[in-house]
Design a protein around this ligand. Structure first.
Ligand SMILES: [Mg+2]
Length: 431
């Protein structure tokens, strides 16, 4: 059958085959006459057993059947047919208007139930209604299979949903999930909600509500999701830009996932480069400012405090003048390593300027910061650097309070540092 939506129901019927099952010869003859004028082909059977064999052999488009027949009754035949084909339209024609038949017919998924003697007008109407539905379903199936074909040859990961259920994943997606068959995936579709993560690394299945709703929300607002490798959970997840398109019929959606892992990797690298000091590998001034702003905001919101240490190499100009810039650079690299190894894990060491470093100490009082500055000072003074052997640093310490902004906090530490220089260097000065 080919789909042609322009045909009317009578024209559609004329393209179909029907199986008519009836044990009464007289009725059979009358009905065959009626059906032959409407269908392309009419196949007749005299009981359920023959009817079942004819169904298997001929694959008719529609079945009309009596109920009470010898050898195998109509309902038994229909049950056997339904096991093999959930969709084939079936009309029951019977003289028995009994509730039990009606109920059993409904259970078996019968499309219409008509009483004998058959009113041909009612039968025509029933057939026309059925054929329209049949055609719509066939059209939808053809459109679906065409869509699936297109999805399967597409390199992106694609999935379709209907009424909040996943109905199809394309080949690229199944391959990524290391699943051979769509059926294997559909037996546990929520597993995908555990593998898909949002930007904070939270599985979509943990967002509360349906993970498909969360996916739709992300597609509309922040269209980046991550897909964990199901068999290699430690592997970096794929970064995917997700889009959601509404399709016809309603409540059907197509999600497309474009792999942007390579671009994201490059962006992360660029971001790292943009916030890292190339000589020392420490955070650079831009990163330091970013962290200070974040720390100040946090402390303002939660009424917390933190401290900073600003330090500077004493007589650094002399190092450069005496040994050259290359040795000066080595001193800065050595000092950076020493500072980094002395502070706590939660502290951040920033190369603030040429030979000037800033240490950000979250959740640290003025006293904590002074102690750490003193430890840094003595470690630097005791350290043996290559070529220059010994250097010293001066330190200014300042604590954040709610009246300070970033610039005034650093200015406060700078004033303390100036005092340390004034008072003879290799010292820690608070203000
Ligand atoms: Mg009968």
């Amino acid at each position: 059958m080919t789909v042609n939506a322009l045909l009317n129901p009578q024209e559609l019927l004329a393209k179909l085959t029907v199986l008519f099952v009836e044990d009464d010869e007289e009725i059979r003859q009358q009905m065959v006459q009626f059906l032959s004028r409407r269908f392309k082909q009419v196949r007749v059977a005299c009981n359920g057993k023959q009817g079942l064999a004819a169904f298997r052999e001929e694959k008719p488009d529609i079945i009309l059947s009596d109920i009470l027949m010898p050898e195998m009754d109509g309902l038994s035949m229909i049950r056997a047919i339904r096991d093999e084909d959930h969709h084939i339209p079936i009309i029951v024609l019977t003289a028995y208007n009994e509730e039990q038949y009606l109920l059993r017919s409904i259970e078996l998924g019968i499309d219409r139930y008509l009483l004998k003697p058959v009113n041909t007008k009612s039968l025509s109407e029933a057939l026309e209604k059925i054929v329209s539905n049949l055609w719509q379903r066939k059209e939808r199936e053809e459109a679906d299979s065409y869509l699936r074909l297109l999805m399967d040859i597409h390199p992106n990961l694609l999935l379709t949903t209907s009424d909040d259920q996943v109905v199809y994943l394309n080949r690229a997606f199944l391959h990524r999930l290391e699943v051979d068959q769509l059926g294997d995936f559909l037996s546990n579709p929520t597993g995908l909600g555990e593998l898909l993560l949002d930007q904070h690394g939270t599985p979509l299945s943990q967002a509360g509500g349906l993970w498909l709703h969360r996916l739709e929300e992300l597609a509309q607002n922040a269209p980046l999701v991550y897909l964990k490798n199901p068999t290699q959970p430690d592997e970096a997840p794929l970064a995917l830009v997700v889009e959601c398109r509404q399709m016809t019929p309603p409540h059907c959606q197509l999600f497309t996932f474009a792999d942007v892992s390579a671009i994201e990797g490059q962006l992360k690298h660029l971001e790292h480069m943009a916030f890292t000091d190339t000589l020392t590998g420490l955070a650079n001034r831009a990163m330091g400012q970013k962290s200070l702003t974040k720390e100040i905001n946090r402390c303002q919101r939660y009424n917390r405090t933190f401290s900073v240490i600003l330090l500077d190499v004493d007589h650094f100009k002399k190092v450069n003048d005496t040994y050259g810039h290359e040795v000066g650079d080595q001193v800065l690299q050595g000092l950076a390593g020493l500072l980094q190894n002395t502070v706590r894990r939660s502290d951040m060491v920033v190369r603030w300027g040429g030979e000037e470093f800033l240490v950000v100490l979250p959740e640290s009082s003025f006293q904590d910061a002074r102690m750490i500055a003193e430890k840094l000072r003595s470690n630097v003074a005791a350290h043996t650097f290559s070529t220059v052997e010994h250097i010293t640093c001066s330190f200014g310490v300042a604590q954040f309070d709610q009246t300070l902004g970033m610039q005034s906090l650093v200015a406060k530490a700078d004033a303390a540092l100036y005092l340390a220089k004034e008072r003879g260097r290799n010292r820690v000065e608070p203000i």
